[in-house]
Every structure is written in structure tokens, then in C-alpha cells.
Design a protein around this ligand. Sequence first.
Ligand code: C2E
Ligand code: MG
Ligand code: MG
Ligand code: MG
Length: 292
Amino acid sequence: TAMAELPALARGNPIDGAYSRPTGEISAEAMSRALEDRQFSVVYQPKVVCDGGMLAGFEVLARWHHPTLGEIPPDRFIAVAERHDLIDELTAQVLDQSLQWFARHAPESRPPALGDPVTLSVNLSARSLRSHQLVETLTSRCQAHGVDPSRIVLELTETSAMEDPVASLDMLTRLRMKGFNLSLDDFGTGYSSMLQLVRLPFSEIKIDKSFVMEATRSGEARSVIRSIVDLGHSLGLQVTAEGVETAETLHYLQDTRCDLAQGFHIARPMPGERALLWLQRHTEKFANPSRG
Ligand code: C2E
Ligand code: MG
Ligand code: MG
Ligand code: MG
């Protein structure tokens, strides 16, 4: 093949500025340049109350717009950032963009009479949990943007939280003491010790979308969902389902008494301006339910 004739290119040289052949992996240089050039932006996906659909918060998701390669999905660049010590810089950029948006628009998002203020959920990687600056970075950015940590939810995947349970407990406890809320993302996909997991100071679990997306087709998936909702509630946790793609799934979730839902059926992740329009429509609908 053409690839076999190009041995020099196969050793990780950045081709097209970002990918190396033949693995297609993104190079650390490309990622680091992209951070310097501010090629990363964020999108926001609403999370709503299953019963009634009121907004509970937004999750921030990072996006990389490469000038020639176009959109590169997080599943391809998060791991590279983690491996090459760039994840703290990425987290800082994601925080700065999203906190600015949130500080500006979240206060107008709900008449106080209608319930708790909306939250902003931010994904953290396993690597960040071992960073000495994490607590300082998070608290100082929140302070700079005038956002109280109680409005922030930090999402960690089950696997990342369990990579080093002792270090996690220490770090998560420190974050909790600063007022941040903690959420266990992609729940059900790891093989963690349940007892160790429940000792970590989480206030929410998110049922992994692989179960939720199967709910309409698979009785087994529905059983898993129902058990997670019951488990979460018996431990005093809020339960969110991610990957809600159909009205039927949402109805099933209401039936199981799942608390919150997130997914394409409710809204896709949107850039700040579109998310703001969504928010304004949503607020109007709840202020004037008859027009809804
Ligand atoms: P996640 O935190 O579990 O986020 C949910 C993923 O599911 C997002 O993919 C979202 O766009 C997608 N999604 C939402 N609703 C639906 C749906 O109804 N159907 C389907 N099929 N997908 C849905 P995305 O944005 O590609 O992010 C993938 C993962 O990358 C995230 O999974 C998260 O673990 C990681 N990630 C994203 N942004 C960041 C970040 O800023 N920092 C860190 N450390 N990780 C991030
Ligand atoms: Mg998440
Ligand atoms: Mg998830
Ligand atoms: Mg995920």
C-alpha cells in the first residue's frame, strides 16, 4: 500500500499538522499548538428534570476546530492531552470559556420561585485528580468569574475515580469541602468495587448512554437502568440518564423515577449563542406554560 512505501512518515511525524501515520493518532505538538492558538471551544448540553422538563443545568463539552482537518472529537484528543500533560491547560481553557458564559447567562435562566438555580457540569479527567493545582485552578477561576462552587458539578468517570481510590478520596473530599458538587459519569461501564465507590463523596450518578440508548430495544438495558436508579436513590444520590434519544425512553425514565435526563431528544450540545436561544425559549415556556 501507499502507507508501506512511506516508512519515514510512519514514525509519528505530524502529517496535515495533527495526525501521524499509520495510527492516525494526534501528536502532542499539534495539540499543544492548538491550545496556544485557542482552537478549542465549548458546547453546552441542557440537563432537564425527567418529570416536567424543567432545566436543571448545562454540561460543557470541549470541541476542537482544526483549521484543515475540521472537527476533531473529544474521544480522540482527551487521551492525548492526558498523556502529554496538556489536560490542565485544556481544563483551564474550558473553564474560562464556560464560566464566563455561565456567569453571564445563568442568573436570568430561572425565576427564583421555580426552584434551585441551574448548574454547570464540567468534565474532569483521571489525570486532573493527581494534579496539585486542580483545587486552586478550580477555586480561583470560579472566584474570577464570580460563580459560587455550589453551582458547579464536576463529572468524573467511574474508571477515573477508581484508578487510585485513596488519592481520589483525598482530592474529592477537598473539592467537596470547597463546595463543588461531584458526579459519577458513565456509571455502569466500569467494574469498580461498589463499596469503594459509594464511599466517595458524589452527589449524582449518570447512567451511561450505552444502557440508555438501548432502553427501547432491550429489556436487559431497562433492568440495568431501573436498578441503577433504585441504587442511587437508596444511597441518597441524584440520578441522571445520558443519551436520551427518544420520547419513549424519556417516558420509561419517568416511570422508573429517574431524576434528570440529558440527550439528543431534549437538546444537542450547542455553542453558547444557540444554547442561549434555547435557554430563552425554555424560560419563556416555563414562565407562560399555556403557550408551551
Ligand atoms: P461524557 O461526559 O459522558 O459526555 C456525553 C457524550 O455523549 C458527549 O460526547 C455528548 O455529545 C454525547 N451525547 C449527548 N447526548 C447524546 C445522545 O442522545 N446520543 C448520543 N449518541 N450521544 C449523546 P462528546 O462531546 O463527544 O464527548 C465525549 C467524552 O469526552 C465525554 O463523555 C467526556 O468524557 C469527554 N470530554 C468532553 N469534553 C471534555 C472536557 O472538557 N474535559 C474532559 N476531561 N473530558 C471531556
Ligand atoms: Mg460528562
Ligand atoms: Mg457520560
Ligand atoms: Mg463518556
